[in-house]
Design a protein. Structure first.
Length: 270
């Protein structure tokens, strides 16, 4: 796949989809079935919105939903309505530019008022395979704030939202890289917490939920001199939205799907 690809060349034609009146629990099950962090939402067969794990992470921690079990919540309360769309004959670079410009992670693909596919950051990022000369150091970002295993999950949520991050490394008490957290882990933790903990205990007990309880272990690791192709391969192996960049045993940055999409967006199609 190259930067000259069109959206129809890279889009998913089999993607997670639900009706807007479906329960949140069932929608999450469909996400899991597709190993996805989002579902396309329809209303009577017409495109109505997108719901992502980020939507769940943001809204499930609010006072309005704190007293309700996930089984009684519906997709319509969590989805982003009227999502930005793109046509199948648009270029992949154009899709990347829309994602970057609008700070979104996917675009339903619409042709003649019919939703024919979905393109996400993952499909765009595959295009870096045609850019083997670009190194991680050229695209990586510094970590604005790392997480510690003793941090609260509520703090992890704040860090993800404050810095608009897809991936945050976790260090142990000795400063060693031991894991990572994404929106997915926080959203899943909130879902499980709301399902298990009675409403009257939630406000108190959520304060005891720690990063150590939810983080994924052994994050993908690359060096600054590695190619972006290698970074994407490492991320793909673990289906991780990012990789830790380590130099001489020290964490120096991260590279995520966001940086790879931005790289593609800057490459004008030839």
């Amino acid at each position: 796949m190259t930067v000259t690809a069109k959206v129809r060349d890279i889009m998913l034609t089999d993607y997670p989809a639900v009706e807007k009146n479906e329960t949140l629990v069932q929608a999450v099950r469909i996400m899991e079935r597709y190993d996805s962090d989002r579902v396309v939402v329809f209303s009577e067969g017409r495109l109505a919105g997108i719901m992502t794990k980020k939507d769940i992470m943001v809204k499930l921690a609010t006072l309005r939903t704190r007293s309700v079990t996930p089984g009684r919540l519906h997709v319509s309360s969590f989805m982003t309505p009227d999502p930005k769309t793109i046509g199948p004959d648009a270029s992949a670079v154009e899709a990347a530019q829309v994602m970057v410009g609008d700070n979104i992670g996917s675009l339903p693909v619409v042709e003649d008022d019919e939703t024919v596919g979905l393109v996400t950051r993952w499909e765009i990022a595959k295009i870096v395979a045609s850019l083997p000369d670009v190194k991680v150091v050229d695209v990586m970002i510094t970590v604005p704030e790392v997480l510690r295993i003793t941090n609260k999950v509520l703090h992890a949520r704040q860090v993800l939202l404050r810095y608009n991050l897809l991936f945050v490394p976790v260090l142990d008490e000795e400063g060693r890289l031991v894991g990572y957290v994404t929106v997915d882990e926080v959203a899943d933790a909130f879902l499980a917490f709301h399902d298990i903990v009675p409403e009257k205990y939630r406000k108190e007990r959520i304060e005891h939920l720690l990063v150590d309880d939810i983080m994924r272990l052994r994050p993908p690791v690359v060096s600054p001199d590695a190619s972006v192709v290698e970074a994407f391969e490492r991320m793909s192996e673990k289906r991780s939205k990012g990789a830790a960049v380590v130099h001489e045993g020290r964490l120096v940055g991260i590279v995520t799907l966001n940086e790879l999409v931005k790289l593609v967006a800057m490459r004008a199609a030839r």
